[in-house]
Design a protein around this ligand. Structure first.
Ligand SMILES: NC(=O)c1ccc[n+]([C@@H]2O[C@H](COP(=O)([O-])OP(=O)(O)OC[C@H]3O[C@@H](n4cnc5c(N)ncnc54)[C@H](O)[C@@H]3O)[C@@H](O)[C@H]2O)c1
Ligand SMILES: O=C(O)[C@H](O)COP(=O)(O)O
Length: 630
């Protein structure tokens, strides 16, 4: 900053999360018969003072009269306040220490408790301007020093005037008396500090809103704990993601918007602007068009297993990392698959609906045990393999087919081709992933190769099965029963009708894509994906990403981390290092990994460097994204 700049910071509800006199009331009125009424009354008086509806002097005297406090209570108050320092002040000590000669705490509160709270952070005692209590002979607080300029109306303004600061003055506070300083022309700008309280009347008058100290320091490019304030990171969560995800991400400090259903392409294009992290499930299609419109997108979290709904390649090309939750609902799908196949083997869908119509049809006809039957698993990945193990425990003989080499678990038998599997299975269960090549993997030709009366299940993706061919196979008796959980088109939200050729067919169990929809699975996913995303945003770690090279990074020590994402072309690492060398920068750690699409370079460097380095690094050819972390 060119001019000397002075920072005037309020104490109550700004430096600390709480109003000190409210806290003192809780302590001093302990056991008092009117405690609750008095505490409430004191809070009301505090608010009236903050809004500017009551004079400072009246507000102080009325509260002191109600408090009945003494010196001992003050000791307890100081301990409370030391634990209640605002989080963003706690983490930004470096700013306070660097600018200690330019920072003033100006408060209508009392030096008696302010000084022990703020000086450990580096605030100079002579830069604390506040009131002071008067005490009786017995140690009781009787009032305040009436000579102190801060007891009067416009006290903070008067105090500023007396300081005769020469330079720019920025005021950071949550109350009316802080705004008054700017209104009186004694400050260049007033920042409404809303980390602890959001007073509409004050926010309306402010030049800027500072949701925390991080924002203020970011705006002025001053030493700070976070390179980028977290509340500026916008998260959009769609498709009824478990509320735990929202809770975790909010706690992390991000701004979170939640929407219940899925969005179509155009709707998503409208919503995606400004979003840094998008959370979806299986329904929302993240296409190249969506990614093109995403001006700030850093990461996508698929709060499910499948990621075929996302154009992973296009996301990588645009430097957007994608994460999912493998294994998290695997067990849920396995349980539903097993339950469904038993139901179908006993013709329960029909029996149950007959019962609902009042028809008692007790008969063993067409009903079979699963024990000893051949279960054919198509796709022996995480779900297929777990199904294999649990199904064997039920006495099923497991056969499987996978496009990649997979070792058999337990007593399962590997088939060398899909046809080999289709020809012998009594029950066929699909657990392939939703890659494009699997479109209509099972159609008329495949049904024709199956045993007559086969039980057919699809819990993978809707487009993997030709639905018209399945309907025909059911009508012709090739398929003796089917459980279908996924469909080529699925309703966007619960209020949309489900339309399908499969409705009304005998011994067909239709479920609304709920294979992974158990509270256990959704809770796990709600916790797992936000953890991955925050790790990526906070440290650059890409462990578990499905489209970025996977790099697990050490915690950032006393350094800044440069994150460089580029198209995978030769020579980028050399260019990065040339630039760092030309600026004589000390590298404390460096990591590189590439995949077919992108290269990911992490460089930890000493904290002292000129901003030209950042400019130079951003201008390296083939750079996709660059950010600095600390
Ligand atoms: N119904 C639901 O609610 C639900 C829940 C979870 C997962 N799913 C779906 O299930 C799929 C499988 O999940 P997973 O965790 O087991 O995934 P996975 O990636 O571990 O397993 C998929 C397996 O299918 C194999 N495969 C792919 N195409 C094949 C083909 N044409 N023929 C034979 N094998 C093929 C792969 O090689 C892989 O081994 C997910 O991709 C998702 O689409 C659905
Ligand atoms: O891929 C998955 O995990 C499943 O298809 C479940 O998707 P959902 O979260 O949309 O139910």
């Amino acid at each position: 900053m060119a001019n000397p700049t002075f920072f005037v910071i309020d104490f109550d509800s700004t430096f600390t999360k709480v109003e000190a006199l409210d806290e003192l009331a809780k302590i001093s009125l302990q056991g008092h018969p009117e405690k609750e009424e008095r505490v409430q009354r004191i809070k009301q008086i505090t608010d009236l003072g903050m809004d500017g509806s009551l004079s400072v002097r009246e507000s102080l005297q009325q509260r002191i009269d109600l408090l009945q406090a003494n010196r001992q209570h003050l000791q307890a108050l100081i301990s409370t306040l030391q634990n209640e320092v605002s989080e963003s002040f706690k983490r930004n000590r470096e700013f306070i220490q660097t600018y200690k000669d330019n920072i003033y705490i100006i408060s209508n509160g009392f030096r008696d408790f302010i000084e022990p709270v703020v000086t450990p952070y580096g605030i100079r005692p002579d830069h604390i301007l506040a009131n002071s209590f008067t005490f009786g002979a017995d140690g009781a607080i009787t009032g305040f020093d009436p000579e102190n300029v801060l007891t009067g109306n416009n006290g903070k303004v008067e105090q500023l005037r007396q300081l005769e600061l020469e330079g720019d003055v920025y005021v950071l506070g949550d109350g009316y008396t802080d705004y008054e300083i700017k209104a009186a022309g004694m400050a260049n700008k007033f920042y409404a500090f809303t980390e602890n309280v959001h007073r509409e009347a004050i926010v309306d008058k402010a030049d800027h809103i500072a949701p925390n100290l991080d924002e203020f320091l970011f705006m002025h490019n001053m030493p700070r704990a976070f390179s980028y304030p977290k509340h500026r990171i916008c998260v959009l969560l769609l498709e009824n993601i478990h509320p735990l995800a929202e809770e975790v991400l909010r706690k992390e400090g991000f701004s979170v918007k939640v929407m219940a259903g899925a969005l179509d392409e155009d709707e998503l294009i409208e919503q995606i602007r400004g979003v840094s992290f998008l959370g979806i499930r299986s329904k929302t299609q993240v296409t190249e068009r969506v990614l093109k419109a995403a001006d700030r997108l850093m990461a996508i979290g698929a709060f499910c297993i499948g990621t075929n709904q996302i154009d992973l390649e296009a996301a990588a090309r645009r430097g957007v990392a994608v994460f999912n939750a493998p294994y998290s609902n695997t067990r849920s799908v396995v349980e539903l698959t097993l339950a469904s196949l038993i139901m179908l083997m006993r013709q329960i869908p029909d029996k149950s609906s007959q019962m609902h119509q009042g028809i008692w049809n007790k008969s063993a006809g067409g009903s079979h045990e699963v024990r000893g039957k051949k279960l054919g698993i198509i796709g022996y990945g995480n779900i297929g393999a777990q199904l294999s193990v649990v199904a064997e425990a039920l006495g099923l003989n497991v056969y499987y087919y996978d496009v990649v080499e997979k070792l058999a678990l337990g007593n399962a038998t590997k088939c060398r081709s899909l046809d080999e599997l289709l020809a012998q299975a009594d029950i066929l269960s699909l657990h392939v992933d939703g890659r494009r090549e699997n479109n209509n993997l099972i159609g008329a030709q495949e049904f024709a190769k199956m045993k007559k009366g086969v039980i057919f299940l699809n819990m993978s993706r809707g487009h993997v099965v030709d639905i018209a061919a399945l309907r025909k196979a059911i009508e012709e008796g090739i398929v003796g029963g089917a459980a279908i959980d996924v469909f080529p088109y699925e309703p966007k939200a619960n209020d949309e009708e489900f339309v399908s050729e499969l409705r009304g067919l005998p011994n067909v169990l239709l479920t609304p894509h709920i294979g992974g929809s158990t509270l256990e699975a959704q809770r796990n996913i709600g916790e797992y994906v936000p953890a991955q995303i925050t790790d990526y945003i906070n440290t650059g770690s890409t462990t578990g990403s499905v489209n970025f090279p996977n790099l697990q990074l050490p915690r950032l020590g006393n350094a800044h981390r440069l994150i460089h994402i580029h198209h995978n072309t030769p020579g980028i690492l050399a260019s990065i290092n040339q630039i760092l060398a030309s600026h004589a920068i000390n590298i404390t750690g460096q990591y590189l990994k590439t995949n077919e699409t992108i290269g990911y370079v992490i460089t930890d460097i000493d904290k002292q460097y000129s901003q030209d380095v950042v400019k130079d690094l951003k201008s390296i050819g083939n750079t996709i994204k660059f950010r600095v972390l600390y």
